[in-house]
Design a binder for this molecule. Structure first.
Ligand code: G1P
Length: 295
């Protein structure tokens, strides 16, 4: 453990409209779609909790109230489960309930971009470094991505961005970083660009949606102009902060599923189902048969 301030809070921007999942997301937030039997947001909250986060800050929007209900007690349901002696289900529900006072919700009133969504959390986060997890991405690895980042942060301090390698053809879909000198457990970030035009990316290392940021990012985001896609981009704000503070890249080595895209969401369901002893045998057998029958 170094001398860094502990990462106590994590921000989850969950205001996105989820247009890629219409019609499902007409009435259900995309973060509540299920991977096996847990909503996507639960995987991301679990990753933050594994990394030692104590307070969970959700930046929501219209139509997202069900996320707040999900992280609360469901009184009638619990009474019914008690009356029926459904103890396993009760234990499961109490295991996912955040401790009283450790979940905060604020709304992004207009969809102005990720940078603006993060800025909306400024008063709740206050003057301390924080974790930021984009709930589209869920990950599998021996160690959670955020846990590995906190370990690097404890040694290096500053700001940390998790990255993974992508095919050069895919770089225009992401934020991309430039790779500098190696650090113990990571590397110095020399450049950042959001959604680079084809053929202009500084590397194949894309930002995978996990960040540890210093609170000075909020002052920068307050006046950040619109960038790629005419949105207020977090990447542009981080590039400005990189002029004053260190940014390190953490190369995450597990598997990442982009649940904001249909194929990633389906693959996440398959991958997590295959990890489950209760359903793996039947899923595996039927998957093999389906693949064998493909022409
Ligand atoms: C956001 C970030 C981008 C990052 C991506 C990861 O983009 O702006 O830098 O690479 O998440 O999913 P979005 O997916 O919101 O367009």
């Amino acid at each position: 453990m170094g001398i860094q301030k502990k990462i106590r809070k994590a921000v989850f921007p969950v205001a996105g409209l989820g247009t890629r999942f219409l019609p499902a997301t007409k009435a259900v937030p995309k973060e509540m779609l299920t991977v096996v039997d847990k909503p996507v947001i639960q995987y991301v909250v679990d990753e933050a909790a594994e990394a030692g986060v104590e307070h969970f800050v959700f930046v929501t929007g219209r139509g997202k109230a069900v996320i707040e209900d999900y992280f609360d007690i469901q009184f009638e349901l619990e009474q019914t489960l008690k009356a029926r002696n459904k103890n396993a289900e009760l234990t499961l529900l109490s295991g996912i309930l955040p401790k009283a006072g450790t979940a905060s919700f604020t709304r992004q009133q207009e969809p102005l971009g990720l940078g603006h969504a993060v800025w909306c959390a400024r008063d709740i986060v206050g003057d301390e470094p924080f974790a930021l997890l984009l709930p589209d991405m869920i990950m599998r690895g021996e160690k959670g991505c955020m846990k590995g980042m906190v370990e690097l942060y404890d040694k290096a301090g500053g700001n940390i961005i998790a990255v993974e390698e992508c095919h050069p053809d895919q770089a225009h879909k992401y934020g991309i970083v430039g790779v500098g000198e190696a650090l113990d457990g990571g590397f110095r970030i020399t450049q950042m660009v959001e959604k680079p035009a084809k053929g202009t990316a500084p590397s194949n290392f894309f930002i995978n949606g996990r960040y540890i940021l210093q609170p000075e990012i909020f002052e920068i985001l307050e006046t950040q102009e619109r960038g790629a896609g005419n949105e207020i981009q977090l990447t542009d704000g981080m590039l400005k902060l990189a002029g004053k503070q260190d940014f390190a890249g953490y190369h995450f080595k597990g598997e990442t599923y982009d649940c904001g895209a249909k194929d990633g969401f389906i693959l996440a369901n398959v991958a997590f189902a295959l990890e489950r002893a209760d359903i793996r045998p039947s899923v595996e057998d039927q998957l093999k048969a389906m693949v064998a029958a493909l022409k």
